[in-house]
Design a protein around this ligand. Structure first.
Ligand code: FE
Length: 358
């Protein structure tokens, strides 16, 4: 197991081991698990993942089977995991960090806990706008954040762009979650890049006035709010819609069936998209294996599985989306380099605060 292996290697440094155990104790606070695959001769790689075990472990097991590299998987909440890697510093066991939203990947890069890698394979597989320009992180799956509208309450031809949602005719008709949420911060950051600070502030001020209720809950709750008549429009990430419509919870399924997707900004920059992505940590002890794991996750086989199980779009252009996602129609995605969402994050948050977006 991971523990024994580690101790064998590190037992010369007592203080390090002490740190290690306290780290493990601290780690117990985060839902964590170590994969149980057979100890292999090709070494190991330690993966901290903000994706739930069921959404990552099977593909990671395939990687182990194919390469003989053992993967020790720790799962937890995105912000808690980043905090953990940061506080562990040089002693971190994380070799690879997987998290969602380019805003968070940028945050990890800015915190100084990632390192750049050079990989022709990754550069070939992943479109340039879905990875860090300096190689610090790589998008592995793509999600869109379109407009959902209540069928019957709004006609698709009444909708056009995110910008148009600031129009008075949508007063008290929009459900969207809090400005604390990174997805909304990244959406505003993308508008900032497209329209500049002044226009984005004006837009946000008016957009907030159109909220049907004080922001609360997650993306699914916005779709539920729309379906229950609290609003006619909801903003949510596509995979939540996919999970709701295929899931076992009858209320969620019913809510999802009441709404339709509208792809905004099709005649301009395209619909806002974001990624889940992976990075090699700055103090990775198994750097070569870390890179191999990320490269594996960008292969056709892994992309197919990883996108499907998460109800997301593959980042590879040569891997088609699932039938369900294809049924929502083709759309033009904003091709802004997602790094820019991180660069613009602080200003986006200020704009949202000034507009009174709770
Ligand atoms: Fe999410």
């Amino acid at each position: 197991m991971f523990f024994n292996n580690h101790l064998k290697k590190k037992n010369k440094v007592l203080s390090h081991n002490t740190t290690f155990f306290s780290t493990i104790l601290a780690g117990a606070l985060i839902a964590s698990s170590f994969s149980q695959s057979v100890l292999a001769s090709e070494g190991e790689v330690n993966l901290y993942s903000a994706r739930k075990e069921a959404l990552i472990k099977p593909i990671v097991d395939t990687f182990s089977k194919q390469t003989g590299i053992k993967v020790n998987l720790i799962t937890g909440k995105a912000d808690a995991l980043l905090q953990r890697i940061t506080s562990e510093g040089k002693n971190t066991h994380a070799d690879v960090f997987i998290t969602t939203d380019a805003g968070r990947l940028y945050r990890a890069k800015s915190a100084g806990v990632l390192q750049a890698i050079k990989s022709d394979e990754l550069n070939k597989a992943i479109p340039e706008n879905l990875r860090d320009p300096e190689g610090y992180w790589y998008g592995l799956s793509m999600r869109a954040r379109p407009i959902f509208y209540v069928k019957g309450a709004i006609e698709a031809n009444e909708l056009s762009t995110y910008e148009a949602l600031a129009d008075e005719k949508f007063k008290d008709r929009i459900c969207i979650r809090s400005s604390n949420n990174i997805y909304n911060q990244s959406l505003v950051a993308s508008m900032l890049a497209a329209n500049g600070a002044e226009k984005t502030q004006q837009w946000t001020n008016s957009f907030v006035k159109n909220f049907a209720r004080k922001p609360k809950g997650g993306d699914r709750d916005q779709i539920k709010g729309a379906a229950s008549g609290q609003c006619d429009i909801a903003i949510a990430n596509t995979y939540y819609f996919g999970k709701m419509i295929t899931g076992k919870k009858a209320d969620q399924k019913k809510a999802a069936e009441a709404v339709a997707i509208f792809w905004p900004n099709q005649n301009s920059r395209g619909t806002h998209v974001n990624v889940s992505g992976a990075a090699v940590t700055k103090y990775a002890k198994n750097k070569a294996n870390a890179q191999k794991l990320i490269e594996f996750l960008s292969t056709k086989e892994a992309q197919r599985w990883y996108a499907d199980v998460n109800f997301e779009y593959p980042v590879r252009k040569d891997v088609p989306a699932s039938d369900l996602l294809n049924s929502w129609g083709d759309f033009k995605a904003d091709t802004i380099n997602l790094n820019q969402l991180g660069v613009n994050n602080a200003e986006a948050v200020k704009i949202m605060d000034r507009a009174g977006w709770k």
